[in-house]
Design a protein around this ligand. Structure first.
Ligand code: AKG
Ligand code: FE2
Length: 196
């Protein structure tokens, strides 16, 4: 536990966060607008809890999700909404690319999480750029080097913040949102992607 804490500087970010892999920008969206969007997404999204198969056993994904966008590559993708379009237009210049889909994640409390993984499905190419926007509860976004798990960093993703996962991140690194024993309020995360 102490080891974990020692990773963080007072501001809550790991020291020496690798800037060539990640770009973090707090307050991309103002507090009031972020408050509105948090409630909007919680209340107006047809959330689903999907199942994952791992070693022939079925697990319920420990969070709720929903896909939006204009690609037919992902089954059941819903059309862009006004809110998602507006956020997409804000993040595209920061990412330097256009996105055609977004995955919405709803972490209801500290029990919801996403396990270590990298987003490198073949439909996105091996070096995708992903733009991530967060609302609600601050959660730690942990990354670790695939070749050396002891090399790891954490970023506290704040209400209204923007995180750019740059092209090298998915290939060499994994990321997660860990469960928390501390009581946690709801968090919404949007990951904009280009599915090709
Ligand atoms: O919730 C987050 O910040 C990350 C979500 C994520 O890793 C994903 O959707 O692939
Ligand atoms: Fe991910």
């Amino acid at each position: 536990m102490m080891e974990q804490l020692a990773l963080f500087s007072p501001a809550g970010q790991s020291k020496g966060l690798p800037k060539h892999l990640l770009d973090y920008q707090p307050g991309m969206i103002g507090t009031e607008e972020s408050d509105r969007l948090l409630t909007h997404f919680i209340d107006n999204t047809p959330w689903k809890q999907t199942k994952q198969k791992l070693w022939d056993k079925e697990y319920v994904t420990p969070r709720l999700t929903c896909w939006y966008g204009d690609t037919e590559k992902i089954a059941g993708t819903l059309p862009w909404t006004a809110e998602l379009r507006a956020i997409r237009e804000t993040v595209e210049p920061l990412a330097g690319i256009s996105f055609n889909s977004v995955l919405l994640n709803y972490y209801r409390d500290g029990n919801d999480s996403v396990a270590w993984h990298s987003d490198k499905e073949s439909i996105m190419g091996t070096q995708p750029i992903i733009a991530s926007v967060s609302f609600g509860e601050v959660r730690n976004f942990d990354i670790r080097n695939k070749a050396d798990h002891s090399e790891k960093y954490a970023v506290r993703l704040e209400h209204g913040s923007f995180l750019l996962m740059k092209s090298g991140l998915q290939e060499g690194w994994e990321h997660r949102i860990a469960k928390s024993a501390r009581p946690m309020k709801a968090r919404i995360n949007l990951t904009f992607r280009l599915v090709i």
